[in-house]
Each structure stands twice: as C-alpha cells, then as structure tokens.
Design a protein around this ligand. Sequence first.
Ligand SMILES: Cc1cc2nc3c(=O)[nH]c(=O)nc-3n(C[C@H](O)[C@H](O)[C@H](O)COP(=O)(O)OP(=O)(O)OC[C@H]3O[C@@H](n4cnc5c(N)ncnc54)[C@H](O)[C@@H]3O)c2cc1C
Length: 302
Amino acid sequence: MLSGIGPKEHLNKMKIDVAKDLPGVGSNLQDHFMISLGFRLSNVDIQEFVSSKVVTLSNFASYLFHGSGPLTTTLDAVGYVKVMHDEKYDWPDIHFYLRSSPVKPDSKDVMKKLFNYKEEVGDDLHEAASLFNSDHVSDFSILIGLAHPHSSGSIKLRSSNYLDHPIIDPSYLSDTRDVTTLVEGIHFAKKFEGAEISKKFGIRMVLFMKHCSSQHGNATDAFYECLVRSLALTEYHPCCTANMGKDPMAVTDARLRVHGISGLRVADASIMPHLTTANTQAPCYTIGEKAAHMIKQHWGLI
Ligand SMILES: Cc1cc2nc3c(=O)[nH]c(=O)nc-3n(C[C@H](O)[C@H](O)[C@H](O)COP(=O)(O)OP(=O)(O)OC[C@H]3O[C@@H](n4cnc5c(N)ncnc54)[C@H](O)[C@@H]3O)c2cc1C
C-alpha cells in the first residue's frame, strides 16, 4: 500500500499517490484461532510418568543420533475433525493438537502479556492451581483450533510513514459461527474423558474459569463460549490479504502477477484466497517454489 497499490479511498486518505486501485489489498485477513483445554490425571503423577517414559537415555540417543523419538516435539499428536453439520463443505472445521507439557499459572502470566489476557483470566488460573493444591493448572492440554474461520479482518496503514506500525484488525470471532464451532470443538475434546486410556489414568478435563462459571454455571454452552472469548488466541497464521483470483477483490492472478501492474508478483501467505486446513508454513514453501518455477517459465529458462 505504501507504494500506491491498494484501495483508492484509503490511499487518498493517507495522502499516497495511487499507482493502482486494488480494493482487495489488506482485506480478507484470516488466521487460525485456538483454545487450549487443560486435562489432569488423577491416577498418576505426570512429572514422574514423563520422567520415566520420555526423558530416558534411549530417547536422548534417538534424538541426538537420529533426530527422532518423543523428544523431537512438544506437540505429540495432530488431528482433524468435522464438528459442524455443514452440508456445503466436507473438509474438517477443527484441527487439534495434543500438548504434553503442564500449564502453570506463571506461564499464563507470560501469555497474559503476549495475548493481552484480561486481569480476571490470570486470577482465575491462579485460583485453579491452588484449588488443585498444585503448582500447575493442567497436566496436558488439547488445543482446539478453527481450521476455516468465517471471521475475517483487515490490515490498513496508520500513515504514509513506513516506520509507523499498520493497523491490524483480525476481527476474531466476529462471525458467531466461529464461536459455535469452537464450542462444538470443546464438546469433541471432552469425549476424550470416555476413552479407555483416560479411565486407566483417571483423566478429566479441567475447565476452571471462575468469572465464567459464576455467570453461566459449569459445562453449559454459555460457559464454554465465555471460555472461548476469554482464552482463545492466535495460531500465528495470518494470510489472505492479497488473494489471487478473478473477482473484483482479487489482487493477483493465478500466476501471482499483481493485477494491473507489470513485473510485480506476490509470493507469500497473503495470496491464499482461504486459509489452509493445517498450518501455513508448508503451503508458503509451496507458494515460493511454484512462484520460482513460474518466473523461470516466463523467462524461457525451463
Ligand atoms: C510464532 C510463530 C509460530 C509459528 N509456528 C508455525 C508452525 O509451527 N507451523 C507452521 O506451519 N507455521 C507456523 N507459523 C506460520 C508460518 O511461519 C507463516 O505462515 C509463514 O512463515 C508465512 O510465510 P510468508 O512468506 O508469508 O511470510 P514471512 O515468513 O513472515 O516472510 C516475510 C519476509 O519478508 C521480510 N520482510 C518484511 N518486510 C520487508 C521489507 N520491507 N523489505 C524486505 N523484506 C521484508 C521478513 O523479514 C520476512 O523474512 C508460525 C508463525 C509464527 C509467527
């Protein structure tokens, strides 16, 4: 936008000469958005269990010599599921991760700073840990994320000075379908309590958030919605603000050339018309590789 490519009205307002009026630049901002759900084990001490089963000499050796084994990751499982009964699409609407590290209220303090959590959220988490007479709130977590959020936001210039941070409005949960999907995702995660392995280890979901339960009771959809609105956070996958396509809001064509400007392509996460179901890093590699291939084709090199 600083170069004059973007929505004409906005560029005029920023006193930037318009090189090409492309209304889609900066719109359609999408991001995966997730909530972390805590679980506790009552029949086993998680720290002891992890020390004896995971932090072992053979696992260290696997990691050091082969780059494999449980020490290669903090996310132990990833899965995809469709929780909404939406006839239009048959792809998953929730992706979930299993994270084996315990969540401590202190780590929530860090998250409060990072994610701008409200004061009451941090207080409630501290209270949860003291309720369990423990230094941690949960032994492990299941992270439930929106694979295809309906909400979308925007990015705009604050001024024509490139040193000024842009105005980023992700508009998370502005479409209530996203709230409903995450609430259904919580119901899905709760089913894990009924699994054989959960019975063996006495696993139960612990969703303690006093300011939510005092208003909405426990285990109601209103309570879960309050949890979502209090705790959900970005997965750091922003994309789609210069999406390719043919419609009036499209910014590039299918060969990633910016509409109406010769010799300029975009090759990053912004060209995606929609978020991918899974994480965005690998698709970005693909976009980069494909762009390089098309540029070589253009110059007759392949
Ligand atoms: C904390 C975090 C964790 C993540 N974890 C994962 C994960 O586990 N798995 C996954 O798949 N994805 C993950 N992602 C998302 C993934 O990293 C991004 O989707 C991906 O890197 C986006 O690629 P990109 O090319 O669009 O942009 P970027 O990777 O951001 O690349 C933009 C590049 O442009 C450069 N640049 C910016 N301004 C200028 C300028 N004016 N002039 C020249 N260069 C400039 C930047 O330095 C940067 O190198 C994570 C992202 C973050 C932030």
